[in-house]
Design a protein around this ligand. Structure first.
Ligand SMILES: Nc1ncnc2c1ncn2[C@@H]1O[C@H](COP(=O)(O)OP(=O)(O)O)[C@@H](O)[C@H]1O
Ligand SMILES: [Mg+2]
Length: 257
C-alpha cells in the first residue's frame, strides 16, 4: 500500500547573485509503500535534503505535489518524525526530557510524559541514561536520543537526513543494525537520505538512485538481500556495481563542471 506519493515534483531556488534560478529537483515522481525502508542515494548537492524537506513539510515544491497517507503535505505534522544529521538536543534538558520534548510542549504532565518516553528510551537501548545530559553521552548515543524523540510521536513515517554522517565507521555499522531492528519493531516507514552506497545497501528495502543537479531519479532499485546484510558478499557487490554504473557518468560530469 502506498504511503508517500511524490508526483512530478520540481524545485527551483532563486540565485539573486546570478539573477537566475537554480533547478534543484527536476520532475521527480516516486512512491513509497507502507513499511518500506527507502534510501535516497546521490552525490552531494543533488537535492536529497530538498526532497526530504518537502515530505517533512519544511519546504514546498515549485510544481508538483507530495502527499502522505492520501493527504497533501503543506506543513510539518506529527505523522512525520524527523531525525537530523546533528541530533539537535537541548543541552540543558536530560535525556528523557529531550525524548519527551514534544509531549511537554503539548502540555502533557511530567509523570505521563516520563512514562511514555521510557518505552522509546528502552527501544533505542539507552535504559539507565534517562537522567544524563547530552554532553555526557557519545555522538552515537545522542543520535539514538534523536531517533527516540522522533519515534515517540508514533509517526507514520520517519525521515532521516544523513543521521549517521558524523559517526565513526564502527559506530555507524552498529547503528545500522539498531535502526533495522527499530524499523521492524516500530513497524514504521523510513525515508533515509545518504550519499553512501554501502549504507544504502545495508539498510534499504529500496534505493532511489539520484543524479547530480538537477536532481532526478535515475532508478528505483528493490534490494532483495537477506538480513543482516553482508557487505562482502557477492550479491551485495552486484548491487554496488550496478549503483556505481548509475552514478559514474554524473560524477565525471561533476568533476568537469
Ligand atoms: N534554500 C536554498 N536556497 C538556494 N539554493 C538551495 C537552497 N537549498 C538547497 N539549494 C540548492 O539546491 C541544490 C540541492 O541541495 P540539497 O537538497 O541540500 O542537496 P543534497 O542534500 O543532496 O546535498 C544545491 O545546489 C543547493 O545549493
Ligand atoms: Mg543534504
Amino acid at each position: 500500500m502506498t504511503l508517500i506519493t511524490i508526483d512530478r515534483v520540481s524545485r527551483f531556488f532563486n540565485d539573486p547573485k546570478r539573477k537566475s534560478a537554480v533547478k534543484a529537483l527536476d520532475d521527480i515522481s516516486l512512491k513509497v509503500g507502507r513499511n518500506e525502508f527507502l534510501c535516497l542515494l546521490g552525490p552531494s548537492g543533488c537535492g536529497k535534503s530538498t526532497l526530504l524537506n518537502m515530505i517533512a513539510g519544511f519546504d514546498k515544491p515549485t510544481s508538483g505535489t507530495v502527499s502522505v497517507g492520501g493527504q497533501l503535505v503543506s506543513a510539518p505534522g506529527s505523522d512525520r518524525g524527523f531525525v537530523f544529521q546533528q541530533p539537535t538536543l537541548m543541552p540543558w534538558l536530560t535525556i528523557w526530557e529531550n525524548v519527551a520534548f514534544h509531549l511537554t510542549m503539548r502540555g502533557m504532565d511530567k509523570r505521563e510524559s516520563r512514562d511514555k518516553a521510557q518505552r522509546f528510551i528502552d527501544m533505542v537501548r539507552l535504559t539507565g541514561f534517562e537522567n544524563h545530559f547530552p554532553s555526557e553521552l557519545s555522538g552515537g548515543m545522542n543520535q539514538r536520543v534523536g531517533i527516540a524523540r522522533a519515534l515517540l510521536m508514533n509517526p507514520e513515517v520517519i525521515l532521516m537526513d544523513e543521521p549517521f554522517g558524523a559517526l565513526d565507521e564502527q559506530t555507524r555499522m552498529e547503528m545500522h543494525g539498531e535502526l533495522v531492528r527499530i524499523w521492524r519493531e516500530s513497524q514504521s516507514t523510513i525515508v533515509f537520505v545518504t550519499h553512501g552506497i554501502d549504507e544504502s545497501l545495508a539498510l534499504g528495502t529500496h534505493v532511489a538512485v539520484m543524479s547530480a543537479r538537477p536532481g532526478r531519479i535515475r532508478e528505483l532499485i528493490e534490494v532483495d538481500l537477506p538480513r543482516p546484510r553482508d557487505p562482502t558478499g557477492p550479491q551485495f557487490n552486484d548491487y554496488k556495481r550496478h549503483i556505481l554504473s548509475l552514478l559514474r557518468p554524473e560524477e565525471t560530469l561533476g568533476v568537469a563542471a
